[in-house]
Design a protein around this ligand. Structure first.
Ligand code: CO
Length: 463
C-alpha cells in the first residue's frame, strides 16, 4: 500500500500562485481533507510563513491553529530549511529550538527538514529539537545531478540522516530533475540501505512527475507527495486523483476514495478560476518545461536569469549565461540548485559573462559559499577557486551556526512593545520588517474593533 501526502495547502499554491492561498480559502475544505485518510497534510512552512505576513496580513501561527482545529485525524506536515528555519540565513540554536517547540505546541506533527547543501550539520539541531518535542522528524536529501552525485552519495546521506534519528527520509526533488528509471534505482538503493520509510517529493515541471512516481512505487517507495488536481501539474506536484485511480486494485492501492477526492477538487476548481482571472495563476506555469532536464537548471532559476539579463539589456548573452551556470556550479562544489544556492550560482554566472572575465566581480553570497558560511559543499572547492575568490580571507570549517551567539533574549527586548503572544518573537526573528508591519496593523485593527464595540455598547445601553 502506498500512502499519499497532500500538498494543496502548502507546496501546490507556493509553486503555482506564489503562496497566495489565504487561510479563509483553506478552512472550508479542511475537514473534508481530514476525512480522506492521507498520510499527512502539508499545510505550513516553506514560503507560507513569509507570504502570510508579507502579502496576506495574516498571522501564520493563527493559520496553523485554525487548520489543526479542523484536521484532528490527519498529521500536519511542514517544510523547514534546517538552520535557516523558514528564513534565508542561519539562526542561532536557541531560535531553532524555540521555533520548533512552538510549531509542535501549535499543532505541527511532521517536520520535513532540509539543507540546500545537504550538509547534515545544518539539519542536526532542528532534528534534535523536533525529536525532543515529540514530533516526527523527516530528514531530506535534496536531489540533484552532477559528476559528483551518485547512488552511493545519496545512500550515504540517507544513512547519516537515519543515524541522526530521522523517523523517515524524503527524496526532495525540488526542480523535477528525477526521471522515472533513475527514481527506480534511487528508491531501490535507499530501501536496501535504510529501514525508515522513504517519501518522494517531486514537481511536474519537466512533465515526468507521474511516471517518476510510478517507477518509485514499483521500487518500494512508501509515501508520495501529490496535489489535488485543480492546483496540480506544471510547477506543482503530480495530481492526486489519477495516481489513486492508477493504483486501485493493485498491491499498491492507496485505499483513498476517488469520489471524496473529486468533491475536494470541486471545491478548489472555482478558486483556480479566480486565481487565473486575478492573474495570480499564470498559465505558463502549467506547461511542460523540458529545459530543466536539458540544462539541469530549475525552471524558476531560468526565469530569474532572463529578468536579470533583461534588466542589464543583455538578452543576447542568454545562451552564454546558460552555459556558464553549470561551470559556476562546478566551481562552487556542485550544490543542489535550490534556495539560496540557485540564486547565488545564477547571479554569479550572469556577472561572469557580463563583466567579460570569470570572477572579476564576485557577489557577497558567492564569497560566502566559497568561504563555508553556508556549510560544506557536496564536492570540495578547488584551492585555485578559493584563492581567486577569497584572497587571504580564511575559510570556515566549523558548523556555521557555531559562530552565532544566542539571539532570543535580544530579539525579545527589541519588540517588547508589540508582543501579544510568545510566538511573536519568532515571527520577528525570521522576518523583522514584515513582522513589525503586521504587529502595527494588528494593534490598529484591535483599537478599531475596541472602539466600535464601545460605540455599539453606547448605542444600546440607553434603551
Ligand atoms: Co516542493
Amino acid at each position: 500500500m502506498v500512502k499519499i501526502t497532500e500538498t494543496i495547502l502548502r507546496d501546490a499554491h507556493q509553486s503555482l500562485i506564489a503562496t497566495r492561498m489565504t487561510t479563509e480559502q483553506m478552512l472550508p475544505i479542511v475537514e473534508k481533507l481530514d476525512n480522506v485518510g492521507y498520510n499527512a497534510l502539508e499545510a505550513w512552512g516553506g514560503a507560507t510563513f513569509d507570504a502570510s505576513l508579507r502579502f496576506l496580513n495574516e498571522d501564520p501561527w493563527e493559520r496553523l491553529r485554525k487548520i489543526k482545529d479542523k484536521a484532528k485525524k490527519t498529521p500536519l506536515q511542514m517544510l523547514l530549511r534546517g538552520q535557516n528555519i523558514l528564513g534565508y540565513k542561519h539562526y542561532a540554536d536557541d531560535v531553532v529550538d524555540y521555533f520548533i517547540q512552538k510549531a509542535i505546541a501549535n499543532g505541527m506533527d511532521i517536520i520535513r527538514i532540509f539543507d540546500a547543501l545537504n550538509d547534515p550539520r545544518n539539519i542536526e539541531r532542528a532534528m534534535k529539537a523536533c525529536l525532543k518535542e515529540g514530533g516526527h522528524a523527516q530528514g531530506c536529501i535534496c536531489y540533484t545531478t552532477s559528476p559528483y552525485h551518485s547512488l552511493e552519495i545519496f545512500v550515504r546521506d540517507a544513512k547519516r540522516l537515519e543515524e541522526m534519528g530521522a523517523n523517515s527520509i524524503c527524496i526532495k526533488d525540488m526542480a523535477g530533475l528525477l526521471i522515472p528509471y533513475e527514481a527506480y534505482n534511487l528508491v531501490k538503493a535507499l530501501k536496501e540501505s535504510v529501514s525508515v520509510p522513504i517519501e518522494l517529493h517531486t514537481h511536474y515541471t519537466s512533465g515526468c512527475g507521474s511516471m517518476t512516481y510510478l517507477k518509485a512505487i514499483e521500487a518500494g517507495v512508501d509515501i508520495i507527495d501529490c496535489a489535488i488536481s485543480p492546483l496540480a501539474l506544471g510547477t506543482s506536484q503530480p495530481a492526486t486523483e489519477p495516481i489513486v485511480a492508477t493504483l486501485q486494485g493493485t498491491e499498491y492501492d492507496t485505499g483513498l476514495d476517488l469520489k471524496l477526492l473529486s468533491e475536494i477538487a470541486d471545491y478548489f476548481r472555482p478558486l483556480r478560476e479566480e486565481y487565473l482571472k486575478e492573474g495570480k495563476l499564470d498559465p505558463k506555469m502549467l506547461g511542460v518545461d523540458i529545459n530543466a532536464l536539458i540544462y539541469q537548471v530549475p525552471g524558476g532559476m531560468l526565469s530569474n536569469l532572463v529578468s536579470q539579463l533583461k534588466q542589464a539589456n543583455a538578452m543576447d548573452k542568454y545562451e552564454e549565461v546558460l552555459k556558464e551556470v553549470p561551470r559556476v556550479r562546478a566551481d562552487m562544489g556542485y550544490p543542489p540548485l535550490v534556495t539560496p544556492s540557485s540564486q547565488i550560482v545564477g547571479s554569479q554566472a550572469v556577472l561572469n559573462v557580463l563583466s567579460g572575465e570569470r570572477y572579476k566581480m564576485v557577489t557577497k553570497e558567492t564569497k560566502g559559499i566559497v568561504k563555508g558560511e553556508y556549510g560544506t559543499t557536496p564536492a570540495p572547492i578547488t584551492d585555485e577557486i578559493k584563492q581567486k575568490i577569497l584572497g587571504n580571507d580564511e575559510p570556515i570549517t566549523c558548523r556555521p551556526a557555531d559562530l552565532i551567539e544566542p539571539e532570543l533574549d535580544k530579539l525579545r527586548s527589541a519588540i517588547a512593545e508589540y508582543v501579544e503572544k510568545d510566538e511573536d518573537v519568532l515571527s520577528y526573528a525570521l522576518f523583522p520588517q514584515q513582522a513589525i508591519d503586521f504587529f502595527k496593523k494588528r494593534q490598529a485593527s484591535k483599537y478599531r474593533l475596541d472602539s466600535s464595540l464601545a460605540d455599539f455598547d453606547n448605542n444600546i445601553h440607553p434603551v
